[in-house]
Design a protein around this ligand. Structure first.
Ligand SMILES: Cc1ncc(COP(=O)(O)O)c(C=O)c1O
Length: 415
């Protein structure tokens, strides 16, 4: 066994830590390929959430012990997330109910900052959560342009270069598509935004669960992600570079802290869930294969990415060998790609495909996954969108083979 495969068997052994993986349906163990919609959660995260309610359940900023503990929970979560994404520090990390709500709060604030005729660039590939908040600014005379996608669900970079100009104030782009697994060339886009002196906002909701992140080396201005996609509870995360958030006129209460990172956090945070976010990042960091050092989330993510890629390639190649199956998105050999594979099956509605997979205890999503513009542009909306299977660190080769056998049987019935 070489180092890599022994690392992989260590990953598989950690399945025991996920109680939901022990569930069965129709006498078959559930195989969770629905990760892009939200991953399963390990025991340590579940305990962290319930421990908070058992011991430190109080509002923040009080003069008493349980309130001090709540403050510590929030501070720790900011610190952990900062380490996870390579941010300057906890002051750059804000929390919210989910990514969508945070992005709306941010777009409303940035809208107050902009003038009529200023431009924002979004893409056809993005989730609605990174389109609607910016499209809403059209109401106040902001021009919102859209970067086209090509047939293989990658961005048309020529179109991007043509549409970015001296009036562009912000480019809002996903790091990876939750529809096609496409990973966008953020370095290249950053270069273009520097030339235009525009801000760069990156939706990393689909990237963060699969690859190491380093916001500082990329020079990203704003980055959003969501902990329920990486083994944590439902919490939205916003990174703002340096002092940027302090310069943006966010809406907040007179009674609230008026500086970063709090100035975009309206109302009481979900403290129990934040305790779970710290536990989720500790869980991820514990996959760091270096035995002699403190666990580092970035190194752990590299190991997880390698494991997920082997399974995703097996799915991709297996699906391509089935008659009637068409996979969407860039080829695995064309560069970095998320382990999320969407496909259509000739003559079969994606909803029916997922219902038939469910009969075999295989969980997968159908439809547009809120990446509706991409699915529409690819001409797939009317026919019910796509079937999507996503690999998470708890999936196994055996589950992949079950999936491929099931799709083969479904294809034989429909095609
Ligand atoms: C790529 C991407 N962006 C944004 C979102 C929205 O995240 P949230 O559910 O935290 O609002 C999702 C959720 O599926 C997503 O996959």
């Amino acid at each position: 066994m070489n180092n890599q495969t022994s690392g992989f068997s260590t990953i598989v052994a950690r399945r025991d830590e996920f109680p939901s993986l022990k569930r069965a349906y129709r006498d078959l163990p559930l195989a969770y390929f629905d990760g892009p919609g939200g991953t399963q959660v390990p025991d340590s995260v579940i305990s962290a959430v319930s421990d908070y309610y058992r011991s430190s359940n109080a509002n923040a900023h009080g003069a008493f012990i349980t309130s001090h503990e709540t403050d510590a929970v929030v501070d720790r979560a900011r610190q952990k997330v900062a380490e996870f994404i390579g941010a300057e520090g906890p002051q750059n990390i804000s929390f919210g109910a989910n990514m969508t709500s945070l992005n709306f709060s941010l777009s409303r604030a940035i809208g107050r900052w902009l003038d009529e005729g200023d431009e924002i660039l979004i893409t056809q590939l993005d989730h609605e959560a990174n389109r609607a908040p910016w499209l809403a600014l059209r109401e106040q005379g902001i021009i919102v342009r859209e970067v086209r996608i090509l047939e293989n669900a990658t961005l048309d970079y020529n179109d991007l270069e043509n549409k970015i100009n001296e009036n562009t104030r912000l480019v809002a782009v996903g790091y990876s598509s939750n529809v096609s697994g496409t990973v966008n060339e953020i370095k290249r886009i950053r270069g273009l935004t520097y030339e235009a002196e525009a801000l760069l906002l990156v939706d990393a909701v689909h990237f963060a669960p699969h690859f190491p992140l380093d916001v500082r080396s990329l020079g990203i201005d704003f980055l959003l992600c969501s902990a329920y996609k990486f083994y944590g509870p439902h919490v939205g995360i916003l990174y703002s570079k340096g002092e940027l958030l302090n310069r943006i006129p966010t809406y907040f209460l007179r009674t609230q802290e008026a500086h970063a990172p709090c100035r975009i956090e309206t109302g009481t945070l979900n403290f129990a869930a934040l305790n779970g976010v710290s536990a989720a990042i500790d869980f991820i960091a514990s996959f760091d294969p270096a035995p002699d050092s403190s666990h580092r989330p970035q190194r752990a993510m590299q190991q997880i990415a390698r494991y997920e890629e082997t399974l995703a390639r097996r799915i991709y190649e297996g699906l391509q060998a089935i008659r009637g199956v068409n996979t969407i998105g860039p080829d695995f050999n064309a560069g970095l790609r998320a382990p999320t594979i969407s496909f259509t099956l000739e003559n079969a509605d994606p909803r029916i495909v997922c219902e038939e997979l469910n009969q075999k205890a295989i969980l997968a999503w159908n439809g547009h996954f809120y990446g509706i513009r991409a699915v529409e542009t690819l001409g797939l909306l009317e026919r019910g969108g796509l079937t999507r299977v996503g690999v998470s660190l708890y999936n196994t080769e055996e589950e992949v083979d079950r999936l491929l056998t099931a799709v083969k049987e479904i294809a034989a019935r429909h095609c």
